[in-house]
Write a new protein. Structure first.
Length: 102
C-alpha cells in the first residue's frame, strides 16, 4: 500500500512539473498541456481547458513554430474535432522539439 501511495504521489508531481501553457485559438480559452516533456507529431497529449480540472486527450497532428509562438494542431480523441493551440515558446526541451518542425 505504501508503494502505491508513493507511486501515485510521484506520478502527480512529475506530471504537474511538465505543464505547457497556451491558448485554444478557436475558443480563446487557456490550454495547459500536461505530463510529457516531449511533444511530437502522432503523440497523444493530455490537456485541460480554462479553469476545468477535467483532462482531455488528443493526438498531435502537426507542430509549427511561428516567431515567438508554437502552434500545435490536435485531433480531440473524444469528439474528433481539430483544435489549434498556440503555445508559449520557451527554451525547454518540448519547444526545442517543436522548433524542428518549422
Amino acid at each position: 500500500m505504501k508503494n502505491i501511495i508513493i507511486s501515485l504521489l510521484f506520478l502527480f508531481i512529475s506530471s504537474s512539473a511538465f505543464a505547457w501553457n497556451g491558448e485554444d485559438t478557436d475558443s480563446g480559452q487557456i490550454v495547459t498541456v500536461h505530463g510529457s516533456e516531449f511533444v511530437n507529431d502522432g503523440d497523444t497529449i493530455f490537456y485541460t481547458l480554462g479553469e476545468s480540472e477535467e483532462y482531455q486527450s488528443g493526438t498531435v497532428i502537426s507542430i509549427f513554430s511561428f516567431g515567438s509562438d508554437i502552434q500545435i494542431q490536435v485531433r480531440d480523441e473524444a469528439f474528433g474535432d481539430i483544435r489549434l493551440f498556440t503555445m508559449e515558446k520557451t527554451n525547454d526541451r518540448k519547444n526545442l522539439t517543436a522548433q524542428g518542425n518549422q
